[in-house]
Design a protein around this ligand. Structure first.
Ligand code: ADP
Ligand code: ZN
Length: 601
């Protein structure tokens, strides 16, 4: 590997190692081979083209879909001492002229452009004469209408190949479906591209699922665990957002709302607050999030169930981009399922079926008893190594094993048989718990031997167990109404030849810390960390920057761990490069020295 590249990485970013596939991705850029790079959020995609841009022969051009995103990237790069600029519609004419001038003089390493600008009359010729070294397309899935974020203006990027002959194109995305990947390569007319696909597991995220009936309490417990930090609470409807945000503010949490129904001005202001403030809880619909690059989002809580695992991954994936531990809690209820199902009813038949299947997968995840990480990477067709992820409610033992599961399961299966395998899960749960609902009595099911056979159990639990039995292959759901049937495995269970596993939420106090949680704070002097954060905040305010652009949390934690007092030691802190050491080193070192002298631990 190019040593100039490694030196640039160290100098401007303070990194001396590559994250998985970064090296390979950079090699493609340096070799001028087209590439499609698929890495999860937080996988370090930007460095794949930013670092090579520093050692390339000409400027690198980056196409990016969102103006706010470009601005943050360019600010961040300048802060690292990299000559970067952007061109988009929001830029004043004068500023634009300056950018053109420095491009012409060869004074730029990276130029960010919006797709609209790129395809404007005469721009590509101009670009061509600046002899760009390569072109990077960020959020490349926007070019495919198979993706969840198709943007018509991206579609025309297919022109680039002809307009800039001989210049390699590199596409970056976190969207992993093979169909999208192929479409990206096709639409951009890539030639024999290297396709690099990373692991989609995010080991630093702790996934938990719980029924929404205990939701408010769990939500507040989670928020209390993350006092002083930033996070997002997603709700399904705008009205839920408004009520929840108001309620949380009343309770003293720094909660602000965001949804498409708010006036533009308020939305803009709240988004800005989310980016700037250290402790902030954004309560939002899914309208919020695209282009939010904040790396230190410490929690993403879902007050309602999303309509697909794809959406869930996208939204929860906004947590912990910096690689430090973060929490993702999903609260679900049967009502969410029905809400979505009703909405899907309005879709055209040919898309309806697929959407319904996605909804069912989502519900199965919620009610399931399989490691959450395993299910989520399985969605991308990948497998998880090892037995326990150490970072989900299942593997952390937060769900309690129900004693006498075999007998309970047998009762459930017999009830399905007594109902002649003609009813769905909700109905079956009602019969098992002895519901007095008229429909059941009218059907004569009040006199079944399995009617009310699980009287002490909350209906929600029975409902969950049915789902768990489906997940373990003892029951199947069939047809549009999800009618339950007993499988051959289920028959074996009835004969006592199989052992099912039924789980329920554990009583309080069962919470263990995740692996990432322990490792992330190992040896960190917490009071010092808080002081470092306060200094970072002052510096950011003085310079009009976002706090993480001064130093990320992972860097501050490492600083509070290593407690460097010399410049040399300061440079050994993760994420400290020469440029920033020169700029801020003295102030941080002074604080660390003082802290030591004051007898801090
Ligand atoms: P993505 O765009 O893939 O979501 P980013 O480019 O935002 O990811 O990077 C995620 C985080 O990882 C950032 O905080 C970034 O500074 C950090 N990072 C990237 N590459 C490295 C590396 N080689 N070593 C350490 N940290 C890295
Ligand atoms: Zn797990």
């Amino acid at each position: 590997m190019d040593s100039a590249l490694e030196a640039a990485m160290k100098r401007h970013w303070g990194y001396d190692r590559f994250l998985p596939l970064q090296r390979e991705a950079m090699e493609c850029v340096l070799a001028g081979r087209d590439s499609v790079v698929v890495l999860p959020t937080g996988g370090g995609k930007s460095l794949c083209y930013q670092a090579p841009a520093l050692v390339a022969k000409g400027p690198a051009v980056v196409v990016s879909p969102l103006i706010s995103l470009m601005k943050d990237q360019v600010d961040g790069l300048r802060e690292r001492g990299v000559a970067a600029a952007r061109l988009d519609s929001s830029l004043p004419e004068e500023e634009r002229r300056r950018v053109y001038a420095s491009l012409g003089e060869g004074g730029l390493r990276l130029l960010y452009v919006s797709p609209e600008r790129l395809l404007m009359e005469g721009f590509l010729e101009r670009l061509h004469s600046a002899r760009p070294a390569f072109l990077a397309v960020d959020e490349a899935h926007c070019i495919s209408h198979w993706g969840h974020d198709f943007r018509p203006e991206y579609r025309r990027l297919g022109l680039l190949r002809e307009a800039l002959p001989g210049i390699a194109l590199h596409a970056y995305t976190a969207t992993a479906t093979p169909k999208v990947r192929e479409d990206v390569a096709l639409q951009l007319r890539l030639e024999n591209p290297a396709v690099l696909v990373g692991s989609f597991d995010r080991p630093n995220l702790v996934y938990r699922v719980a029924p929404a009936d205990r939701g408010r309490r769990l939500l507040r417990e989670a928020l209390d665990r993350h006092r002083g930090e930033a996070g997002i609470v997603y709700a399904i409807r705008r009205t839920d957002v408004d009520t929840l945000a108001a309620e949380l503010s009343r309770l003293g949490y720094p909660a602000i709302p965001y949804h498409a129904g708010l006036p533009d001005e308020e939305r803009r202001r709240n988004q800005e607050r989310f980016l700037r403030e250290e402790a902030v809880v954004m309560v939002a619909t899914v309208a919020f999030g695209m282009g939010i690059d904040r790396p230190d989002v410490r929690f993403v809580l879902h007050a309602g169930m999303p309509k697909s695992l794809e959406h869930y991954l996208q939204e929860s994936g906004r947590a912990g981009r910096d690689g430090l531990e973060a929490e993702c809690l999903l609260l679900y209820s049967g009502a969410d399922f029905l809400t979505w199902k009703a909405l899907l009813g309005e879709l055209e038949p040919e898309v309806h079926e697929a959407a319904l299947q996605k909804l069912n997968e989502m519900a199965a995840y919620c009610r399931g008893t399989t490691c959450r990480h395993r299910v989520l990477v399985g969605y991308f067709g990948q497998e998880l190594g090892g037995d326990e992820c150490g970072a989900c409610d299942v593997c952390l033992g937060e769900l309690e094993v129900v004693p006498g599961a075999r007998e309970t399961a047998q009762k459930i299966l017999s009830c399905v048989l007594r109902l002649k395998e003609r009813f769905g899960a909700d109905y079956t749960a009602q019969v098992l718990t002895g519901s007095k609902e008229q429909r059941i009595l009218d059907n004569g099911h009040g006199s079944l031997s399995t009617y009310g056979i699980l009287p002490e159990v909350p209906r929600q639990s029975v409902r969950d167990w049915i789902e768990q039995l489906c997940g373990q292959g003892f029951l199947v759901k069939q047809g549009e109404y999800g009618v339950l049937g007993v499988t051959p495995e289920g028959w074996a269970l009835l004969k006592g030849k199989r052992e099912p596993r039924l789980l329920k939420p554990a009583a309080k106090g069962a919470r263990r810390e995740s692996k990432a949680g322990r490792a992330g704070w190992e040896g960190v002097d917490r009071p010092l960390f808080d002081e470092l954060r306060a200094l970072r905040k002052r510096i950011a305010a003085e310079r009009g920057l976002l706090a993480y652009m001064v130093f990320g949390d992972e860097t501050l934690r490492d600083m509070a761990r290593k407690r460097p007092v010399t410049r040399q030691a300061f440079l050994a802190v993760r994420g400290v490069g020469e440029v920033k050491a020169a700029q801020y080193g003295e102030r941080f070192l002074a604080l660390i020295r003082d802290h030591g002298a004051g007898g801090g631990s």
